[in-house]
Write a protein that binds this ligand. Structure first.
Ligand SMILES: Nc1ncnc2c1ncn2[C@@H]1O[C@H](COP(=O)(O)OP(=O)(O)OP(=O)(O)O)[C@@H](O)[C@H]1O
Length: 259
């Protein structure tokens, strides 16, 4: 399940605009890595290159390499749709299919992989995924009700259940708590800590406390000015980034002096 990510000298472009330049980073399996940095420094752009989601934007392309457990994500013949099944993504705003039932939401991706899944296999997968997302107890008596009827925090956990139902190797999360209240945020943070036993997790967050609470490693990105590319400035154990960073800009950012 959980796999390593190795990025070698990656540039990310929107057509001819260089949005992110020269990122090299090694991410270990069964760990949580936080991407932090000021607005526009390319955190989301870079995150999306880890499952080729940037390619859905016309002109989005990369130079450099991304290896998942040594396999080149951009190698010839690699199908981006398959990549996204192995490297799942959870977005800023919970995006369940609102009229689909909770059960159908969980199964949405998994059914694409296995169209002939038996009813008992599907039931088992729904229960396992919802338990994995810490949502089972809250919804087990209303699995056939629409996903849109859940609270924001529940919807986000439903999206996590949907993501893990396809047994990904990596889970990418782009500010997964930014639309949630503090209690739902706490629930998601607890969940992230549990999920790291099975998945490699990368999370973009603007919340410094969140990065320090949930992540093992932190990557600080920065941008030299408008129109300039974002760069990875410093990457280290989260405790080091927050208590003894080696670069002044990192210290200024984590101590709230800018951004
Ligand atoms: N679809 C797009 N087309 C063109 N340029 C884009 C697109 N999305 C982002 N960019 C540009 O790429 C750069 C990086 O943006 P990105 O959203 O990745 O930064 P970010 O660090 O995630 O910002 P934020 O914290 O505000 O979400 C910015 O200059 C942005 O304007």
């Amino acid at each position: 399940m959980s796999k390593s990510i190795e990025v070698q000298d990656l540039n990310v472009y929107y057509s001819d605009f260089l949005a992110v330049e020269g990122v090299s980073i090694d991410i270990e399996p069964r760990s949580v890595t936080a991407f932090i940095g000021p607005s526009g420094c390319g955190k989301s752009t870079f995150l999306r290159t880890l499952n080729r989601m940037h390619e859905v934007i016309p002109g989005g392309h990369v130079k450099g390499r991304v290896l998942i457990d040594g396999d080149d994500l951009y190698g010839p013949g690699v199908d981006p749709v398959l990549v996204r099944r192995h490297v799942g993504m959870v977005f800023q705003r919970p995006n369940p299919f609102p009229t689909m039932s909770i059960r159908e939401n969980v199964l949405a991706g998994a059914k694409l992989n296995d169209k002939r899944m038996s009813k008992s296999d599907a039931d088992g997968l729904v229960e396992k995924s919802l338990k994995g997302a810490n949502l089972w107890n809250e919804v087990k008596d209303r699995l056939d009700k629409p996903g849109g009827g859940l609270s924001g925090g529940q919807q986000q956990r439903l999206c996590i259940a949907r993501a893990i139902a396809v047994s990904p190797d990596v889970l990418l999360m782009d500010e997964p708590c930014s639309a949630l209240d503090p209690i739902s945020t706490f629930a998601i943070e607890e969940l992230i800590s549990e999920l790291k036993n099975d998945y490699t997790i990368v999370i973009v967050t603007h919340n410094m406390q969140q990065a320090s609470r949930v992540s093992d490693k932190t990557a600080f990105f920065n941008i030299a000015g408008t129109g300039k590319p974002g760069r990875l400035i410093e990457y280290n154990d989260t405790s080091t980034i927050f208590t003894a960073p080696t670069v002044q800009a990192t210290e200024d950012y984590v101590s709230g002096r800018f951004g």
